[in-house]
Ligand binder design. Structure first.
Ligand SMILES: *Cc1c(COP(=O)(O)O)cnc(C)c1O
Length: 234
């Protein structure tokens, strides 16, 4: 089976599963966006995916995504989804259209500085550690109101939503409370006008649990292996 056919099959299968999850939960299909996470595949496969209609590309390291970005800039929207070191901000801001992993003030200040120098505004998701797992990146829920207030003067950062990763090695149903918790946090933060403007987005759900995430309100799912496959260990 050639690569394009395999990809088309996976895209069709994922589309049908997203459609089912939307139907089950009474949601509109167009309220769920798909980021194709290409970190496990070559630039060639990423280009093929965009040719087949993928619009959003997600990557978690700049060096690994450089070739894909060079080939696809202007044709795809780039999402930075990995944990971001402050000294790597210069590689990411100006190239990636969205950052899903804003998790501390020092990072926000660096993004602000870089974006101001470039004259741009960066839409960001605040990453939250809903499950409280020690190994997880992300802010603790109780830190969010203070963090939201601290972001207000940073005019080059546009907070648009929250992002979380489900605990590793748990089944999709065990992750449901995590996704539900993220949605509740978003709604509570909006009720107290924590960010000024309401935040609307929820970036949650990966290959193993995206249907549950959609049922719980995900507006962005980040799909790697189930959608574009996996060509290398990584
Ligand atoms: C790798 C990765 C994904 C996609 O993982 P799959 O399980 O292959 O869908 C999603 N989000 C983040 C933050 C990732 O690092």
């Amino acid at each position: 089976m050639n690569a394009a056919v395999g990809l088309q099959d996976r895209m069709r299968e994922v589309e049908s599963r997203i459609g089912e999850a939307c139907r089950r939960s009474g949601r509109a299909r167009e309220d769920v966006n798909v980021v194709a996470v290409t970190k496990y595949v070559s630039a060639e496969t990423a280009v093929l995916a965009v040719t087949q209609g993928i619009r959003h590309i997600g990557e978690n390291r700049w060096p690994d995504s450089e070739e894909k970005w060079r080939q696809l800039q202007g044709q795809a929207v780039f999402h930075f989804i990995g944990s971001l070191q402050t000294r790597k901000v210069k590689d990411v801001v100006g190239r990636f259209d969205y950052i899903h992993s804003l998790d501390r003030l020092s990072l926000a200040e660096e993004i602000q500085k870089r974006a101001a120098a470039l004259g741009i505004v960066v839409p960001c998701f605040v990453q939250v550690n809903v499950s409280g797992e020690a190994s997880k990146h992300g802010m603790q829920p109780e830190e969010l109101p203070g963090f939201a207030a601290a972001l207000r003067p940073l005019d080059r950062i546009k907070p648009i939503g929250l992002m979380t990763m489900a605990p590793l090695e748990s089944g999709p149903e065990e992750t449901r409370p995590v996704f539900r918790g993220l949605r509740k946090l978003r709604d509570e933060l909006n009720a107290r006008e924590a960010f000024g403007e309401p935040i609307t987005e929820l970036s949650m759900g990966m290959s193993g649990d995206f249907e549950v995430a959609i049922e719980e309100g995900a507006t962005w799912v980040r799909l790697g292996s189930v959608l574009v496959g996996r060509e290398s260990a990584g």
